[in-house]
Design a protein around this ligand. Structure first.
Ligand code: NDP
Ligand SMILES: O=C(O)C1=N[C@H](C(=O)O)C[C@H](O)C1
Length: 250
């Protein structure tokens, strides 16, 4: 039985992770961290991870970039692996995560679903085949409660494509402010926010008179929750520091 500390336990993903863990026999949530420490939970909830005195085998984080320092401090102090699922980090914070992974095991993925990770592989292949001749655009759609844009997943897909193209692409997020034609080496990234859309990502390869679209639609938040719980069980058995990815789970 693995003991989980869940950061962001009072949020949308926090509630779905709680429901999924309740169905399993290999893990349980022993404590939570959330800025809303007063809201109801059947485990103790702290505002700061360092206040948690329960025995913890692994942390799952679906919260906000602001929680990063407190989680790393706790993880260093107690030598507990972390599954980081939060998005919207500043590039300096991503560097901090990479540095921290030299001391502790960190699982880091902007998307915990199996399907998106396959999409990234397919997009890489398509980019290697078509990328120099086709224009590449990524469109992501999410619910109206999402605070960060573009989605972490859109950036992850862009990075995968860019890697397949020798990292020579430039990301363009906003076309309204500059009146000029698209350059060949651009990956355009566009965000749509509305209603209760769980998460949709499309990678469009637009060529002369032909278009190839690769896409993924998340039908529920459960796919992310299950992915992160499986990652947490895996990470609870990792002693070696390092940055672990979805590919380590497959
Ligand atoms: N990797 C993946 O597969 C997925 C990643 N995500 C990411 O997970 C994150 C959470 O998503 P979601 O559950 O929808 O968001 P919510 O806003 O619903 O939940 C986040 C929770 O964390 C709380 N919180 C905010 N700041 C802190 C902090 N500094 N320390 C502790 N808790 C804090 C929020 O409180 P308050 O509401 O008061 O701000 C809220 O209760 C987002 O970054 C999202 O993009 C989401 C789905 C899948
Ligand atoms: O905020 C969300 O909801 C999601 N965020 C992640 C992202 O930013 O990529 C993953 C998923 O699409 C849902």
């Amino acid at each position: 039985m693995k003991d989980i500390l869940l950061c962001g336990c009072q949020g949308k993903m926090g509630h779905v992770v709680r429901a999924c863990v309740a169905e399993r026999e290999d893990c349980r949530i022993v404590a939570g961290v959330d800025v809303n420490a007063d809201a109801q939970a059947d485990f103790p909830v702290y505002q700061n991870a360092m206040d948690c005195g329960e025995k913890v085998d692994v942390i799952i984080d679906y919260s906000h970039p602001n929680s990063l320092d407190g989680l790393l401090e706790y993880s260093f102090a107690k030598n507990v692996p972390i599954v980081l699922a939060t998005t919207g980090y500043h590039p300096d914070q991503i560097q901090k995560i990479e540095e921290a992974a030299k001391k502790i095991p960190i699982f880091f993925s902007f998307n915990m679903s199996l399907g998106i990770n396959l999409l990234a592989e397919l997009a890489k292949k398509a980019a290697a085949f078509l990328g120099d001749q086709f224009d590449i655009e990524i469109v992501e759609k999410h619910h109206n409660r999402k605070v960060d844009a573009p989605s972490g997943t859109a950036l992850m897909l862009a990075d995968a494509i860019n890697e397949a193209m020798d990292n020579k692409e430039v990301y363009v997020y906003d076309r309204h402010s500059v009146r000029k034609k698209r350059e060949k080496n651009e990956i355009g990234i566009s965000s749509i926010r509305g209603g209760t859309i769980v998460g949709e990502h499309e990678v469009i390869f637009a060529g002369h008179d032909e278009i190839i679209t690769l896409g993924h639609t998340a039908m529920s938040r459960e796919i992310f929750a299950v992915g992160s719980i499986n990652a947490a069980i895996f990470m609870s058995n990792q002693q070696k520091p390092g940055l672990y990815r979805m590919s380590d789970l497959l």
